[in-house]
Ligand binder design. Structure first.
Ligand code: NAP
Length: 298
């Protein structure tokens, strides 16, 4: 069992480790990783079997929604489903082109397609995939999502955002949840997460394992630089992996309700579940990592 946490004012009891399903988006997407249907089916079922009950997806994650619908709809009562809206996408022969547009036509089409692909009659959490406060209000989109909620098509309303748009969105005092990027290697949203948590909204962290850190299969040089400049290898307790340190640091943020880690590797999934059971890092290590990463120049 992965520990459960109340996702802010949604009242949903979610696993502190969620599953970010962008990685199962399939072929011809952003040219990174490809997993076939059989692999995706095993992985998605393992996610639930291991005690994760919160899955994040989006209309513009290739075949991710479709796969969740095909492989998990018989287990729909075992998990909360979060998807997004404001997504415009075109599948070309060799790549997926995506854009985010915030108007009624796009949002209505996204919800209709998501319900169909996900093979469900409701979305637990519908999140704007970006956007700013002025546009969402001016286009009547907050009211539109409230209408969806009154019809029972969605249960809660959130937004995925970051600096600089996020401040204005918090000020609206409207959203049930915020999806925010954060890790010890990219800590710049740490104070905003506190602001969101203190406002009573749910906090969903993305990028919470910093894409796997220095041991990742797909390397991120900018994040690795922070790791080496902060000399984080010196702080790893015996027997702990780098990925575990990063994940448990994210889980140590006092306002992190859940972090939607993506993986296409069952071994990594199992390691992440074990790490989430161990929970926050010991306080002295947490404070030392914070102090060292904050003094790395941007
Ligand atoms: N704007 C938005 O709304 C937005 C943007 C980006 C992402 N998201 C959401 O957030 C989720 C997560 O984001 P993300 O994929 O960018 O960041 P992430 O979860 O920090 O990184 C995922 C990467 O970490 C690797 N990984 C996971 N566990 C590992 C482990 N134990 N050891 C080594 N490597 C490990 C995975 O590779 P392996 O497959 O090798 O494990 C994968 O490539 C997405 O799936 C999506 O749902 C939302």
């Amino acid at each position: 069992m992965v520990p459960r946490v109340t996702l802010g004012r949604t009242g949903l009891s979610v696993s502190c480790l969620g599953y970010g399903s962008m990685g199962i988006r399939g072929p011809r997407t952003w040219g990174v990783r490809t997993v076939d249907d059989e692999h995706a089916e095993k992985l998605l079922n393992a996610v639930l079997d291991m005690g994760i009950n919160f899955i994040d997806t989006a209309p513009d994650y290739g075949v991710s929604e479709e796969r969740i619908g095909r492989f998990l709809s018989t287990r729909r009562n075992e998990f909360y489903l979060a998807t997004k809206c404001g997504c415009v996408y075109t599948q070309h022969k060799d790549h997926l082109e995506i854009d985010h547009q915030f108007n009624k036509d796009v949002i209505e089409r996204n919800l209709h397609n998501s319900l169909e692909r996900l093979n469900t009659d409701h979305i637990d959490l519908l999140q704007f995939h970006g956007g700013d406060a002025e546009t969402l209000e001016h286009e009547g989109l907050l009211t539109l999502l409230q209408d969806f909620r009154s019809q029972g098509l969605i249960h809660h309303i959130g937004v995925s955002s970051k600096i600089p748009q996020i401040s204005g969105l918090i000020d609206l005092n409207f959203f049930d949840t915020f999806q925010i990027p954060y890790s010890c290697l990219a800590p710049e949203h740490g104070d905003l997460i506190t602001r969101v948590g203190e406002s009573g909204a749910g906090v969903i962290i993305r990028g919470g394992i910093a894409h796997g850190g220095p041991d990742a299969e797909i390397q991120r040089p900018a994040l690795n630089d922070v790791w080496s400049q902060a000399k984080l290898d010196e702080l790893i307790p015996k027997g702990m992996t780098r990925a575990e340190l990063i994940l448990r640091y994210t889980l140590s943020h006092p306002h992190c309700h859940t972090t939607i880690v993506g993986t296409c590797d069952q071994q990594h999934l199992a390691e992440n579940v074990t790490a989430s059971r161990l929970g926050p890092l010991p306080d002295p290590i947490y404070r030392e990592i914070t102090s060292r990463t904050q003094s790395v120049p941007e």
